[in-house]
Design a protein around this ligand. Structure first.
Ligand SMILES: Cc1ncc(COP(=O)(O)O)c(C=O)c1O
Length: 410
């Protein structure tokens, strides 16, 4: 949708909500499936594991125990207590109940944070590659996403110099996402402290620290922005949730800690839209946060093995795809620069990451997301949280398809 083809009955703000740039690949995947082709989906941002048994049981117990009514908008007192304890225990961050909110996924918190604070023309710094929703959420709030390219040479991370350069008097927020979707990049304490040093000179800037992949780390260790920069705690919204690390995407529970004035505003917005996160999901999330997380070690080992399957396949594409091992999350963001300009056996030239994603879909039956969706091309995001055998099949097919590309048109 764009301003030019907006239905006259729709509000102008709908022009800010673009359909996902991944739609072309998804449409093609659907078409091929309908024709009976087997397509392996490496595009999903969720784990293939079941939600752990104790968490599922808590959900069932909540239903059977009559825990099926509205709750307080910002979350049940017992879940907020579990969230406060989690922040203290794992991140060294202290929040009072008035500084905490539970919502229908981290997504609702981020959306509402911009709705609550961004005025027409305010700028929000979005390091690219970024999670696809950030720029649209900013635009829907009337703000201007300021995209700062963070290339492969910087490990896909924002540097203090690039941050300083992007800041203007209109800058309202900086978004940080570590571990990152789509690159798996993980910021160190020193890197976050370097960014904080710049932010200290610009007191008007708020920081959104999206920590949703916190527990999926292979090398190095996770540190939340406010932990690395305690002086900026008062202007940081620390966003997290149970979707990614507890395999609970469908339960829709996210939570955040931040200054009370902001949390209160999020609560007011939420009270006029969804009210509270599902009472059943909140009961389950409480067990997730309070419970034993030993399963995470097992999950991480399996995910590391899958990551290495993808990296091994990439290393056998004769340089058409390249990537370094990401330290966290469950994505490889592979450059496909080596494939640009080559031709398929049918004589079609690969001119972009969208072309390459379409080619891998038709020639290898593997659905990956082109980097243009995340604001940095030419790359492909390969999500590897799928069944290991299927992943191997998809990877082998991608290697074969890459090797079949030719310099000259047939
Ligand atoms: C970086 C990032 N933040 C937030 C979310 C949203 O998570 P939730 O399921 O809690 O809304 C996602 C989901 O893909 C994500 O990748």
């Amino acid at each position: 949708m764009s301003a030019t083809n907006l239905h006259p009955s729709l509000a102008k703000r709908m022009a800010s909500a673009k359909p996902s740039p991944t739609a072309a690949v998804s449409d093609e995947a659907r078409r091929l499936r309908a024709e009976g082709h087997k397509i392996i989906n490496l595009g999903e941002g969720e784990l293939d594991f079941d939600t752990p048994e104790s968490i599922r049981a808590a959900g069932i117990a909540a239903i059977n125990g009559g825990d099926t009514k509205y709750t307080a908008v910002a979350g049940t007192a017992s879940l907020k207590k579990a969230v406060a304890e989690k922040f203290k225990r794992e991140n060294g961050l202290s929040y009072s109940p008035a500084e905490l909110i539970v919502s229908c996924g981290a997504k609702q918190i981020i959306y509402n944070a911009f709705q609550a604070t961004v005025e027409e023309g305010d700028e929000v710094i979005v390091p690219a590659p970024y999670w696809v929703s950030y720029p649209d959420m900013v635009a829907l709030a009337g703000g201007k996403p300021v995209i700062v390219s963070c290339g492969h040479e910087d490990g896909f991370k924002l540097t203090p110099a690039a941050l300083e350069e992007a800041i203007t008097p209109a800058t309202k927020w900086l978004i940080l996402n570590s571990p990152s979707n789509p690159t798996g990049a993980l910021y160190s304490k020193e890197e976050l402290a370097g960014l904080a040093e710049v932010l200290c000179r610009h007191p008007q800037i708020l920081v959104l620290s999206d920590d949703i992949y916190e527990h999926i780390v292979y090398e190095g260790s996770f540190i939340s922005f406010a932990t690395a920069a305690p002086d900026l705690l008062g202007r940081t919204l620390t966003v997290n949730g149970v979707s990614k690390c507890f395999s609970m995407t469908g339960w829709r529970v996210g939570y955040a800690g931040g200054p009370d004035w902001l949390i209160r505003a999020l609560e007011i917005l939420q009270s006029q839209s969804t009210s509270n996160a599902s009472s059943i999901s909140q009961a389950a999330a409480e067990v997730a946060l309070n419970g034993d997380t030993a399963f995470l070690g097992e999950w991480t080992n399996l995910l590391r093995e899958r990551r290495d399957i993808v990296l091994d396949a990439i290393s056998r594409t004769n340089g058409l795809l390249t990537a370094e091992a990401p330290s966290s999350a469950f994505y490889v963001y592979a450059s496909c620069a080596g494939a640009i300009g080559l031709h398929t056996a049918d004589g079609v030239q690969i001119n972009s990451d969208v072309d390459m994603a379409k080619y891998l879909l038709t020639a290898a039956g593997s659905a990956v997301i082109p980097g243009v969706a995340f604001g940095l091309s030419p790359f492909l995001r390969i999500a590897y949280a799928i069944n290991t055998d299927e992943l191997r099949t998809a990877c082998e097919a991608m290697v074969t398809a890459c090797r079949a590309l030719q310099k000259d048109a047939a």
